[in-house]
Design a protein around this ligand. Structure first.
Ligand SMILES: CCCCCCCCCCCCCCCCCCC/C=C/C(=O)SCCNC(=O)CCNC(=O)[C@H](O)C(C)(C)COP(=O)(O)OP(=O)(O)OC[C@H]1O[C@@H](n2cnc3c(N)ncnc32)[C@H](O)[C@@H]1OP(=O)(O)O
Ligand SMILES: Cc1cc2nc3c(=O)[nH]c(=O)nc-3n(C[C@H](O)[C@H](O)[C@H](O)COP(=O)(O)OP(=O)(O)OC[C@H]3O[C@@H](n4cnc5c(N)ncnc54)[C@H](O)[C@@H]3O)c2cc1C
Length: 674
């Protein structure tokens, strides 16, 4: 390592001391955060498998060209598949492997959306035909819904699938520029098949958007089929990031597919061209989106905890100011402002882990209900998945960026791992539904629920508190000192009252307006805030539920209680204007909440490093010189700099052409290239 000894830089492991000060059993917390002993073992084994395989190295992702990055992602995906087959990995192990490889690729869409949509919308016969091929990756599928002109407005899609009874085929067509499929992941270069959402037209009637399978590339040589135009849409935000994915464009010029390529579980077209609906809700056609949204919620904690691990470890290593009288300088994690920005994010990563576990349960529950033809809680599940996807991704993306700033200048280096993490994560605020659009869906659900409450229907699940709306809109908060805020029922009532009052205020406004759709639009900023309040309540209530349970491991329950209180109070103080404007809290009660929040920072401080260790991210997965487990930040930043291609030559390329003429003031001489 060049020059390091001469500069007198020593290895100092501050984190060992930090770890020694932890007040809880870290291993037990690891098991809790993994979801159980079995899940912990699987994660550890697969994380090490990936970390020790050179094919999955990722240090140079921010430096290489898009072409190389993409080719490499194909190599990684192929290698992963080989390992899965050779070792006979289970679905759980394969999913963990995908996560630890940490690079978006076509298989995400193939397994996550193409196969999920087939399972939800194809008849048994169709599943038999297509799933067999898809499960062994003999075909690669993508989810081609969004178009150049429409993404959020699914009903506005323009691609057509017109039935031709004379040949028993659908004719797929892209009639306008804006009907070009645009964005589907895996479509650009990898997919052989696409699940195409198109307007079904039969007997000259438009029956709206339905799903069709279209082969788009040859299975022999991968060349696009006749009358299919397909390619990649171009470089996306940031270095590395989501650029390993081939988001694509697709056009059809009167391409014929057999009638049986329409997914016919929810609706079908007969040989004679007659359109027939099943008695199942048409919203089941949105099932793949619900599945991925719940997966995105479950994944948010992973991304946020990675950023928080990096920022906490680095903040414990980094020292600035105050080194007087032979004392070491202050660790930046000891500054109150640093704690104020960082510890709520740590608590949020725990909160999202817990809500992610619950979301998985909710999805399993609704799947079972749907299998038994019980569609009763579909609207609630839609609102939960949409709303939680929205708030968790927005907070996680902003949280990653906050962690970058918390790491000062070094956070801006790709070596911190944070720029790439942000670039890879931030599109989650847009894909699977723009976050504002999704909150507006939650708002509609809240208004509907309040209307039902008014007519005597008892709301269930996460909306059950709205059945108590009379009480929640009239009660006063009884907090008179900071410690009162540590009572779970006090916290819960505050969040319920805030959410109920915001929803009721909007509902009354809309109900009194002559045109309710116009009023909804006028009121949409307030509706979005009401929806956010409802979703935050869900997270707070799930965290409180969990923190009240007994858990094995010394101090684990106590840490969860601290983090739960911190999570709730941080939300409350950040959104204090809601609580004040609805009249539920006084200014003094908000001040008590702020005092209590500060007291909680002091409880978190001695445990902070251990609390991030409990997420159990390997150094390979973190990919960060700042977030290393051993805290040896400076050595690795220094070493890393020397690996940069710019440092391969002592005198830079371009010196003779462009620098020397400037330095020697020969810009206009005969040899100058400038
Ligand atoms: C390496 C090798 C390893 C191998 C193994 C690896 C294994 C890998 C596993 C993979 C894991 C997954 C990885 C995840 C990666 C994530 C990648 C993501 C990529 C992104 C994909 C996309 O973006 S796909 C496109 C998504 N598009 C959208 O989300 C569009 C958003 N718009 C809408 O959802 C809707 O149109 C709407 C909600 C805005 C509704 O608009 P509108 O009112 O016009 O609609 P409708 O009239 O159709 O419907 C209204 C009515 O329906 C109700 N409703 C709406 N949506 C739903 C729903 N989803 N479910 C249930 N109900 C719904 C709505 O409430 C209304 O109800 P009413 O009662 O009528 O009021
Ligand atoms: C990385 C990435 C991967 C993707 N992968 C896929 C894929 O695999 N398959 C696929 O089909 N699609 C995919 N998409 C597309 C994605 O689902 C859409 O981009 C997304 O649903 C948002 O739709 P849009 O782009 O039409 O945004 P728009 O709806 O045009 O949004 C633009 C702005 O208008 C606002 N807006 C729009 N309508 C309203 C309204 N009614 N009220 C208030 N505000 C409104 C939005 O909030 C937003 O601020 C992907 C997108 C990205 C970025």
């Amino acid at each position: 390592m060049e020059g390091i000894e001469e500069r007198g830089v020593k290895e100092v492991d501050y984190l060992a001391e930090e770890r020694a000060g932890a007040q809880f059993h870290v291993h037990s917390m690891k098991i809790f955060l993994a979801g159980g002993q079995h899940e912990y073992e699987v994660s550890t084994r697969i994380a090490n498998l990936v970390a020790n395989d050179p094919v999955f190295a990722k240090e140079d992702r921010a430096r290489i060209s898009r072409k190389e990055l993409y080719k490499n992602s194909l190599k990684k995906a192929g290698h992963a598949w080989k390992i899965i087959l050779e070792k006979g990995l289970t679905e759980e192990e394969s999913m963990r492997m995908r996560a630890f490889i940490d690079e978006p690729n076509y298989t995400d869409l193939h397994w996550g959306m193409f196969i999920t949509a087939l399972k939800g919308q194809a008849t048994e016969e169709q599943q038999h035909k297509w799933l067999r091929q898809a499960y062994k990756l003999a075909i690669i599928g993508c989810y081609a819904q969004t178009e150049l002109g429409h993404g959020s407005n699914v009903q506005g899609l323009e691609t057509t699938a017109t039935f031709d009874p004379s040949t028993d085929e659908f004719v797929l067509n892209s009639p306008t520029l804006t009907s070009t499929k645009w964005w589907p992941g895996g479509l650009g270069k990898a997919s052989t098949h696409a699940l195409v959402y198109a307007r079904l037209i039969t007997d000259s009637q438009d029956y709206g958007v339905h799903a069709f399978i279209a082969q788009i590339r040859s299975l022999d040589d991968h060349i696009p089929l006749p009358n299919v135009t397909v390619g990649d849409i171009g470089v996306k935000f940031g270095n590395g990031g989501y650029n390993s994915m081939d988001n694509g464009l697709l056009r059809f010029d009167h391409v014929r597919i057999p009638r049986e390529n329409m997914l016919m579980k929810l609706a079908r077209v007969t040989e004679q061209g007659k359109y027939e609906r099943s008695n199942k809700p048409r919203q089941l056609g949105y099932g793949a989106m619900v599945y991925i949204r719940q997966g995105i919620v479950a994944e948010a904690s992973v991304y946020l905890s990675r950023a928080v691990t990096i920022a906490v470890r680095y903040s414990a290593v980094r020292r600035q100011f105050g080194g007087k009288d032979d004392k070491a300088e202050v660790q930046v994690i000891d500054y109150r402002t640093q704690q104020h920005r960082l510890f709520p994010l740590l608590a949020t990563a725990y909160a999202y882990r817990i809500v992610g576990f619950w979301m998985k349960w909710l999805y399993a529950d609704v799947t079972e209900r749907l299998n038994n033809n019980d569609f009763s809680n579909l609207p609630e599940v839609h609102a939960c998945t949409a709303g939680l996807k929205s708030i968790t991704t927005s907070v996680t993306a902003d949280g990653i960026e906050q962690c970058r700033k918390l790491c000062g200048g070094h956070g801006y280096l790709c070596a911190s791992g944070l720029p790439e993490l942000y670039a890879a994560y931030v599109p989650a605020c847009t894909y699977e539904g723009d976050n504002t659009i999704l909150l507006l869906q939650v708002a509609r659900f809240l208004l509907k629920t309040l209307t039902q409450v008014a007519s005597g229907t008892k709301p269930v699940g996460t909306a059950a508190y709205l059945g108590n709306v009379q009480h929640l809109t009239s009660v006063n908060c009884e907090v008179s000192q900071g410690k009162d805020w540590l009572n779970p029922s006090v916290l819960l009532e505050a969040f319920e009252a805030r959410s109920a009052r915001m929803a009721v205020a909007c509902a009354m406004h809309v109900a009194e307006a002559p045109d309710s759709e116009l009023a909804f639009e006028e009121l949409s900023p307030e509706l979005v805030e009401a929806a956010r309040a409802h979703c935050q309540l869900i997270v707070v209530s799930k965290f409180i539920e969990q923190a009240q349970k007994d858990l094995p491991g010394e101090g684990v329950k106590q840490q969860l209680e601290v983090l739960c209180n911190l999570y709730a109070l941080s939300l409350l103080t950040t959104h204090s204007s809601d609580f004040l404007a609805t009249g539920y809290l006084t200014g003094t009660q908000v001040s008590h909440a702020k005092d209590q929040q500060k007291a909680l920072f002091s409880c978190v401080r001695p445990n902070a490093v251990a609390l991030v260790d409990a997420f159990d991210h390997t150094d390979h997965y973190l990919g960060s010189a700042l977030g290393r487990y051993d805290g040896d930040v400076y050595t690795h930043l220094y070493k890393g700099a020397w690996k940069d291609p710019l440092n391969e030559s002592v005198v830079t390329e371009g010196y003779h052409e462009y620098l020397r003429p400037v330095l020697t003031q020969q810009l206009w001489g005969p040899t100058s290239k400038l």
